[in-house]
Design a protein around this ligand. Structure first.
Ligand code: FRU
Length: 326
């Protein structure tokens, strides 16, 4: 039997410390479990662009066969990704983008579309009139740039919807609590908070709650993960009014990588669908998620059983072999 060729995939992750990224890794690992011929090397830049540049250089030096990059800040990460690409390493950009078109394939949802969806939702829920505060992703990441762009581009069509402020949501470094509190307490009534991810949305909710505004101020987040205290659950419990599912692209990035490495046809732009979840469709989403989780657990249980059986039969054949040579 012909052995499949061995390949090394290097993955440069901008940060690994939140649940959305953890879900991305699980999705990648699930797909990789079908490909024992792949050696997968992941480097986590812990949210630091300088560190990510260094780590991508290390992966280039290591001569990986393919590079997957989820860039921290678009502008800073662009030159090193272009360098890898120019060296002939196939590059897949995952989730966030660089500023360049020098890459082999892109996998991810469209962040401009995420911003537009949030803008349309704001107008609907506010019935055409109200003040909005936006809380960002990491400033300078393509998620931040495009989610903002899509949002303002859309609310421009609604003259009585005003974006009053955009706060820095990079609260791993510092908190937006004081600024949001001041805005909520100001004479101008704040009606809606657009958070570029669900982690910030929970914090925004807690700040509103402290001030007794949690019923009045509407909040939308982004990510819509499955699980307790994640986006879908928060909408179901009416803590958030809505979330936008932003798929991780973990599985798709590995599938695209394998096609590229095996010289099979692949799509250059792999745009994943983002979906708005609010009270009208959250129940069905939750049920669907529960079903998928149960099916996944079932598959994993079967895989473990097959492994156990394989180990037993290998053990038995080595005993038979040992008996036959003695
Ligand atoms: C996770 C995250 C998500 C967000 C994505 C954008 O690190 O901040 O919450 O949707 O990155 O790149």
């Amino acid at each position: 039997q012909k052995q499949p060729k061995q390949f090394t995939i290097g993955f440069s992750q901008c940060t690994g410390s939140d649940n959305w990224r953890r879900t991305m890794h699980e999705n990648m690992q699930r797909e990789l479990s079908f490909h024992p011929e792949i050696n997968f090397v992941m480097k986590d830049a812990a949210g630091q662009s300088a560190k990510q540049i260094e780590q991508i250089q290390q992966l280039i030096d290591q001569q990986v066969d393919l590079l997957i990059v989820s860039p921290n800040e678009a502008k800073k990460i662009t030159p090193i990704v272009e360098k890898a690409y120019q060296k002939g390493i196939p590059v897949i950009i995952l989730d966030r983008r660089t500023m360049s078109d020098q890459y082999t394939a892109y996998v991810g949802a469209e962040n401009i579309e995420v911003g537009r969806t949030a803008g349309i939702y704001a107008n609907n829920v506010l019935k055409g009139k109200g003040n909005v505060v936006e809380i960002s992703e990491l400033p300078g990441s393509s998620a931040d740039i495009d989610r903002h762009k899509g949002f303002i581009e859309t609310i421009k069509r609604f003259p009585k919807i005003h974006l009053v402020a955009k706060l820095d949501g990079n609260w791993d470094k510092y908190s937006f609590e004081n600024k949001l509190t001041a805005l909520l307490k100001s004479d101008r009534r704040m009606d809606f908070i657009y958070c570029q991810n669900d982690r910030r949305a929970i914090t925004a909710f807690e700040i509103c709650k402290k001030l007794g505004f949690e019923k009045r101020v509407k909040i939308i987040g982004v990510d819509g993960l499955n699980g307790k205290n994640e986006g879908i659950d928060l909408v179901d419990r009416a803590i958030l009014n809505a979330t936008i599912i932003y798929p991780t692209g973990g599985e798709e990035s590995i599938r695209t990588a394998i096609n590229i490495l095996e010289k099979q046809p692949f799509k250059r732009e792999n745009r994943l669908q983002s979906t708005l979840i609010d009270s009208s469709n959250v129940r069905i989403m939750k049920l669907q998620n529960q079903k998928v989780t149960a099916q996944q657990e079932d598959i994993e249980r079967r895989q473990r059983k097959i492994e156990e059986q394989r180990a037993i039969s290998e053990n038995q054949s080595s005993i038979i072999y040992a008996i036959s040579i003695t």
